[in-house]
Design a protein around this ligand. Structure first.
Ligand code: HEC
Ligand code: HEC
Length: 312
């Protein structure tokens, strides 16, 4: 009579989650704005990157089956699935996650993820237990076990590096969500109060639009977020469970539990929110159930800001 007990334990651990499944933090789930600011961009113009011999059009850069490799010296040789994917459904991992695995704010930082963890996530996208990304669900449905393994081994072998600069502030540049769910500074300039949000924008917009991994992002967070996040990461007086127990000292990962240090904070907020709401419910998610049960969106913000500020 094992199964009913397990089912009961699961039901109990999931019970408190429903009461918090309210206010989705839209700022952490960017969606391309319907009305875009007028673009001065010439799609036929050739783009270049500092100290790289490449000259590419916008269409070449956005070819999801042959993304640009501006800096081959920054990563090991890519396997086929990372460099080219497989038409029509398995898009090249290197396009959204970059050949260096650092990714953009709307995707995910996958450099240095433990291979066993990576493989489990792909299985969860495939089974539908993990939702939240239409792209990953579509890829998950068609990708083979061999392709998953070669992508997992590749990204596990890429050395993580500092990619996000976290800054506490009261005001942020006005932003908009460009094509591909990408938050950018508004071309008209201006600033606005940050409120309870994390606003992540490129350090250098052209590099990011070119999918060039030379420089990453600045993440603006509300004043006080880092201190509150650090306190919560130590358990927050019983509000949650100390993250280092499972995510390792410095939150750099432990065995098949993923690192959190230095990863894009909006990504981390999305995961905490979706684990709490049940949209992310793979076989290992119950280990996070007690952690997220009592977290408000503000707590998630603080934890993500703190984790992102650590050295990956
Ligand atoms: C079109 C863009 C796109 C492409 C191409 C893409 N991904 Fe992703 N990937 C995403 C997004 C977006 C997320 C984050 C989903 C979320 O926020 O929950 C993600 C998340 C992931 C994660 C979860 C990371 C974690 O820490 O749990 C893995 C693993 C992953 N992708 C693997 C791959 C592999 C393997 C490929 C190539 C076969 C690939 N991705 C190609 C957009 C993409
Ligand atoms: C009891 C162990 C445990 C504790 C304590 C714990 N975690 Fe986790 N966490 C996990 C496991 C296991 C996963 C991976 C789940 C899976 O494979 O789907 C995870 C995944 C995550 C993810 C998703 C990462 C990604 O790459 O998508 C985030 C974010 C996260 N944890 C944040 C935290 C924070 C913040 C704390 C502390 C407040 C914390 N965790 C404490 C076990 C734990």
């Amino acid at each position: 009579m094992r199964t009913p007990i397990v089912a009961l334990a699961l039901a109990l651990s999931l019970a408190p989650l429903a009461s918090f499944a309210a206010d989705k933090p839209d700022w952490a789930f960017p969606v391309t704005d319907k009305v875009q600011p007028p673009s001065k961009d010439d799609p036929a113009a050739l783009r270049t990157g500092p100290d790289s011999p490449l000259k590419l059009t916008r269409a070449q850069i956005d070819d999801l089956f042959g993304p640009p490799d501006w800096r081959p010296e920054m990563h090991p040789p890519m396997p086929q699935v990372v460099a080219h994917g497989r038409a029509p459904n398995v898009r090249a991992c290197g396009s959204c996650h970059l050949p260096t695995g650092n990714g953009h704010d709307e995707s995910a930082y996958v450099a240095g993820l433990p291979a066993a963890y990576f493989i489990r996530q792909m299985q969860d996208f495939k089974s539908g237990a993990r939702k939240g990304s239409g792209s990953m669900t579509a890829i998950g449905k068609d990708i083979s076990d061999e392709e998953i393994k070669s992508a997992a081994d590749y990204f596990a072998s890429v050395t993580p590096r500092k990619w996000v600069r976290v800054v506490e502030t009261d005001t942020v540049p006005k932003t908009y969500i460009a094509g591909g769910n990408k938050r950018l500074a508004h071309p008209d300039g201006g600033s606005e109060p940050i409120g309870q949000r994390i606003i992540e924008i490129p350090e250098d917009e052209n590099l990011v639009l070119n999918r060039d991994p030379l420089k990453g992002f600045v993440a603006y967070v509300p004043k006080g977020a880092l201190g509150k996040g650090e306190a919560l990461s130590n358990g927050g007086d019983g509000k949650t469970v100390a993250c280092t127990i499972c995510h390792g000292p410095g939150l750099t990962g432990l065995a098949d539990i993923p690192p959190l240090a230095g990863r894009t904070p909006n990504y981390l907020v999305r995961q905490l929110f979706m684990i709490q709401s049940g949209e992310r419910a793979g076989p290992s998610s119950p280990l996070m159930a007690q952690v997220v049960a009592k977290l408000s969106v503000e707590d998630m913000l603080d934890l993500a800001a703190y984790a992102a500020s650590l050295t990956p």
